[in-house]
Design a binder for this molecule. Structure first.
Ligand SMILES: NC(=O)c1ccc[n+]([C@@H]2O[C@H](COP(=O)([O-])OP(=O)(O)OC[C@H]3O[C@@H](n4cnc5c(N)ncnc54)[C@H](OP(=O)(O)O)[C@@H]3O)[C@@H](O)[C@H]2O)c1
Length: 303
């Protein structure tokens, strides 16, 4: 039995689908009993902040895909590792950040993940760390303004990140979870090329068959918008620090790992965009822009 945490999110759901397709018994931990996971998945309702919930989810499990998010990463990882040790789990695969491999990255998200990675290495359990740089799926945050205004509002328009398809992360995770030879390994993961928000906007426009306008947004305005969406100050600062890394050379590194482990080349952003076309191409809404998009405009610099 493989336990998947974060099973309802972008990467976790893709991991679950891979394992189910391979007829591997899967259990998912989620806070949401109506999470819509496939019938083949055994769902355990629980919170990574609650060790009792995790202990229940861990019964009879031999491998774990550990996905945790935000400032709680160190505590949630420690909780999972404690219960995994008690349950004599053989191997834990942690989804981390590729930037933990960059010693100069001292901003919150890689710092939280470094603590989780260290706890995993110290746990005595077999371990593998997966470190992607940036998700292609982050562009889904642009879906509203693309649908309603044919526009993308983003910071650091020309900073490049070697973004990866969530299906490729899942393919690596499934391979590592279901085969031997990955113990004690850290795999940095990337897509096939480094792309800027501006370049991804151009690709989305080609795939959607209509022009899209790229609007570069000042970081202070973007931070304010994140806060208006209900994120904490800590998360807003973490996200903005992450976005600024698009200007660093490390995040544009292309790694051969997806091909090495899965035998398949990683998907391009164009392939990802074609698969997600429906998310971006709803009918255009006439009239005023949503409030958060107007807020973006205040600090906008037009390309
Ligand atoms: N976005 C990027 O570019 C990027 C790049 C590198 C690494 N990463 C890392 O990838 C991870 C995020 O992956 P993702 O985007 O796939 O996540 P996501 O879509 O945001 O989904 C988060 C998942 O975590 C679960 N979750 C959150 N809090 C929980 C709690 N207290 N107890 C139990 N489950 C909880 C949610 O489950 P329920 O709501 O169903 O409970 C959900 O399945 C983070 O560790 C991030 O640092 C992201």
């Amino acid at each position: 039995m493989i336990l998947v945490t974060g099973a309802t999110g972008t990467v976790g759901r893709a991991v679950v689908d891979r394992l189910v397709a391979a007829n591997v018994p899967v259990r998912a931990l989620t806070r949401n009993p109506d999470c819509g996971l496939p019938d083949a998945v055994e769902v355990v309702v629980g919170d990574l902040g609650n060790p009792t919930d995790i202990a229940v989810a861990m019964r009879g499990v031999d491998r774990v895909f550990l996905l945790s998010t935000g400032p709680d990463i160190p505590v949630h990882d420690a909780n999972v590792l404690h219960e995994a040790t008690c349950a004599a789990v053989a191997h834990v695969v942690k989804l981390s950040s590729g930037r933990t491999g960059d010693d100069t990255a001292t901003d919150p998200i890689p710092s939280w993940h470094r603590l989780g990675e260290q706890a995993l290495r110290d746990s005595g359990i077999g371990w593998t760390v997966l470190g992607p740089l940036g998700f292609m799926a982050n562009t889904l945050h642009w879906a509203g303004s693309i649908r309603h205004q044919d526009s993308v509002f983003a910071t650091y328009g020309h900073g490049r990140i070697a973004v990866i398809d969530e299906h490729d992360i899942a393919a690596v995770a499934a391979a590592v979870l279901t085969s031997d030879g990955h113990d004690g390994r850290t795999y940095r993961l990337s897509g096939p090329e480094a792309l800027s928000p501006s370049e991804m906007t151009d690709t989305l426009a080609e795939v959607l068959g209509r022009p899209l306008r790229f609007v570069e947004v000042e970081p202070a305005v973007a931070r304010q918008t994140i806060l208006q969406h209900g994120q904490s100050e800590v998360m807003a600062d973490a996200i903005m620090a992450l976005r600024a890394t698009a200007l660093e050379s490390f995040t544009s590194t292309v790694f051969p790992t997806v091909q090495d482990i899965t035998g398949n080349r990683p998907n391009s952003f164009r392939e990802w965009a074609i698969r997600h076309r429906a998310d971006f191409e709803n009918a255009r809404v006439q009239g005023g822009a949503p409030r958060h998009e107007l807020a973006f405009r205040l600090g906008a610099r037009w390309r």
